[in-house]
Design a protein around this ligand. Structure first.
Ligand code: FO1
Length: 317
C-alpha cells in the first residue's frame, strides 16, 4: 500500500514514524510543511522537515520531539559570545544537517533534491518531500503586528493571540513533480494530527497540491485525517487557541470542519474522549472512527497508523 502522509510539527513526525513501522519499506512518502522554515546565521533551517527526518531516522530527541537526541550546543554558546541572537537554538549535530543542505542548495540543487539526499544519508527508508521548492513563510498577525512564525512560536512562546495567518510566497509556489507523482500513485492519503492552520494549512495552500489530492480522491483513493485536538486541548502547541481566536471551534469538530470545507478527507479519526462529537462530524459527511489517538510510545504510534490505514482500506472496498 503506497501511503502519502501530510505532516508538520512533532505530532506529524510521530504519526509518520508509526506509518513507517507498519507499511512496507519504501511505501511511505511524507509531504512536509515548509512554512515554518527560517534563515538564520546564513543557513536555511527547515524545522518540520528535520523533525520528520530525525524521527524517521530514530534519532530525534525523545523529550522535546525536535532536534537530535543527546545534542550539544557549543556553536550556539559561541554565537552568543559573539553577540548573536540565539533564541532559536541550533544544536551542533543539527548544524551539520544545515551545512549539508546549504551546500546542496549553493551548487544549485532543489530543496527536494537536498531532502531526498538527506533521507538517504540518514538511512531513512521513506521519502520525505518539502511541500514546495520555493520559499513559503507562515506569518501570524497578533497585537504586536505581523510576526514571522518562529518569532511567534519560539521567541514569544506562542503567547500572543493570533488574529490572522498568511503564507507569504505561496501564490507563486507550486507542488513539485515529486509531490504530484507521490499523490498520483498513492493508495491512501493520511493527514497527520498536526496543527490544521499552520502545519496542514500551508501544504493545502500550495497551488496544485489540493487539486492533486482531489483528483486522487475522485479516483477512489481514501483520505483519512485525525484530530490533534483531544478533549478540547491541543496535544501539543497552540492549535486549540489558534482555532478559537480565528473563530473556529477549538475541538476535533473544528478541525473536521476545516478539512471537510477544504474537501481534504472522507474519514476522520477522533479520540475516545471525543466520542460525543461523532454525530456532528458525521453531519459534515465524514465517516468517523473513534479510537485511542494519543501517541505516547512507538507502539501507540504504530497503532494509530494501523487504525488509519485500516480505515483507508475499508473505505476502498
Ligand atoms: N523549538 C523551540 O521551542 N525552541 C527552539 O530553540 C527550537 C529550535 C529548533 C531548531 C531546529 C529545529 O529543527 C527545530 C527547532 N525547534 C525549536 C522546534 C520548532 O520551532 C517547531 O517544532 C516547529 O517549527 C513547530 O512545528
Amino acid at each position: 500500500m503506497r501511503v502519502v502522509c501530510l505532516a508538520g510539527g512533532v505530532g506529524g513526525a510521530k504519526l509518520a514514524d508509526g506509518l513507517q513501522r507498519v507499511v512496507a519499506p519504501g511505501e511511505l512518502t511524507v509531504i512536509v510543511n515548509t512554512g515554518d522554515d527560517l534563515n538564520l546565521h546564513g543557513l536555511t533551517i527547515c524545522p518540520d522537515f528535520d523533525t520528520v527526518l530525525y524521527t524517521l531516522a530514530g534519532i530525534a530527541d525523545p523529550v522535546q520531539g525536535w532536534g537530535i537526541a543527546g545534542e550539544t550546543f557549543e556553536v550556539a554558546a559561541q554565537l552568543a559570545r559573539l553577540g548573536e541572537e540565539t533564541w532559536f537554538r541550533l544544536g551542533d549535530r543539527d548544524i551539520a544537517t544545515h551545512l549539508f543542505r546549504a551546500e546542496r542548495l549553493r551548487v544549485g540543487g532543489r530543496p527536494t533534491e537536498a531532502a531526498l539526499e538527506l533521507a538517504t544519508r540518514f538511512n531513512v527508508p521513506s521519502r520525505i518531500l518539502p511541500m514546495s521548492d520555493t520559499s513559503v513563510r507562515t506569518r501570524v498577525r497578533t497585537d504586536s503586528g505581523w510576526l514571522d512564525f518562529q518569532d511567534y512560536f519560539v521567541r514569544r512562546h506562542q503567547e500572543p493571540e493570533v488574529i490572522e495567518v498568511k503564507f507569504d510566497g505561496v501564490e507563486t509556489a507550486s507542488a513539485t513533480r515529486e509531490v504530484k507523482e507521490a499523490i498520483r500513485s498513492a493508495d491512501a492519503i493520511i493527514v497527520a494530527p498536526s496543527n490544521p492552520i499552520v502545519s496542514i494549512g500551508p501544504i493545502l495552500a500550495v497551488p496544485g497540491l489540493l487539486d492533486a489530492i482531489t483528483a486522487a480522491r475522485r479516483r477512489g483513493v481514501p483520505s483519512v485525517g485525525v484530530s490533534g485536538i483531544v478533549g478540547g486541548k491541543a496535544l501539543r502547541g497552540p492549535a486549540d487557541r489558534m482555532l478559537a481566536s480565528l473563530g473556529d471551534d477549538p475541538s476535533a469538530l473544528g478541525v473536521a470542519r476545516r478539512y471537510a470545507t477544504a474537501g481534504l478527507i472522507d474519514t476522520f479519526v477522533i479520540d475516545v474522549q471525543d466520542e460525543s462529537l461523532a454525530p456532528e462530524i458525521e453531519d459534515l459527511e465524514l465517516q468517523v472512527i473513534v479510537a485511542d489517538t494519543v501517541m505516547t510510545n512507538s507502539q501507540s504510534r504504530a497503532d494509530l497508523a494501523r487504525t488509519m490505514l485500516d480505515a483507508a482500506a475499508a473505505a476502498r472496498q
